[in-house]
Write a protein that binds this ligand. Structure first.
Ligand SMILES: *[C@@H]1O[C@H](CO)[C@@H](O)[C@H](O)[C@H]1NC(C)=O
Ligand SMILES: *[C@@H]1O[C@H](CO)[C@@H](O)[C@H](O)[C@H]1NC(C)=O
Length: 216
């Protein structure tokens, strides 16, 4: 683990505590919701953070900390779970979906010794991964049956160290990159961008201008 990854994990850990604190503070000021059945949901990167938040809330409940919430469960969609497991799942999946050939799959399996996470530095392995990434770049990674559209969310595309705050000139900002067109899944991100940045919307929602530190 690099120091950077370690730092990000440290930030995540701090985030858990902040989220739990925000949640319980909110319930303190909205006690009418305390007895409601509580399900906590998240997707993508929150697969790494949410279980810890839920565990923290469950522990608090067991220890009898107020407010006693009616925690029923949690759900994760398309979650990140573990860098190594997630990374190693990509190549077999691409092969299973017919995106890479049997030959390339067998070759990469052999050259990377079935571990695409730890062996990327080996030259034969990285050569195969380069070919795989080239093929991967032709499809929409999030929805492989949909057309490949420009990515329009001002956030990173992948789980990993490529945090927005760490990229001097992220290629993944919404503007002035090519924009997704109507019919692309990403089109709704574009609409959200205009909606959320519109001054009258901000005024109506009482959003205050502030300097923001982006975690990801
Ligand atoms: C960042 O991107 C802008 C617009 O494409 C470009 O003009 C600028 O030189 C880039 N800056 C760096 C540090 O790459
Ligand atoms: C913001 O929204 C209002 C109300 O829909 C609209 O009239 C205005 O043109 C929008 N502003 C910008 C800059 O798009």
């Amino acid at each position: 683990m690099s120091w950077m990854t370690g730092w990000i994990h440290f930030l995540d850990l701090t985030m858990h505590l902040i989220l739990v604190h925000l949640f319980t503070s909110w319930l303190d000021s909205h006690p009418q919701f305390v007895s409601n059945p509580l399900y906590i949901g998240g997707d993508s990167y929150s697969g790494l953070t949410l279980p810890v938040v839920v565990q923290e809330i469950a522990n608090g409940k067991e220890a009898g900390h107020e407010p006693i919430v009616n925690l029923k469960g949690y759900l994760l969609g398309n979650p990140g779970t573990d860098y190594k497991i997630d990374t190693n799942a990509v190549v077999p999946y691409l092969h299973g979906m017919g995106i890479i050939s049997d030959e390339l799959y067998e070759s990469s399996k052999k050259n990377c010794d079935n571990d695409y996470y730890s062996n990327v530095g080996h030259s034969l392995c990285s050569k195969d991964l380069e070919k795989i990434n080239e093929l991967l770049s032709e499809i929409d990674e999030a929805a492989i049956l949909e057309p490949k559209c420009p990515f329009a969310a001002p956030r990173p595309m992948e789980v990993g160290d490529h945090r927005r705050a760490l990229e001097v000139n992220s290629s993944r900002f919404i503007l002035p990159q090519p924009q997704p067109t109507f019919g692309c899944r990403e089109y709704s991100y574009l609409l959200c961008y205009y909606y959320a940045n519109n001054d009258s919307v901000r005024k109506a929602l009482h959003i205050r201008k502030a300097r923001t530190f982006y975690l990801y």
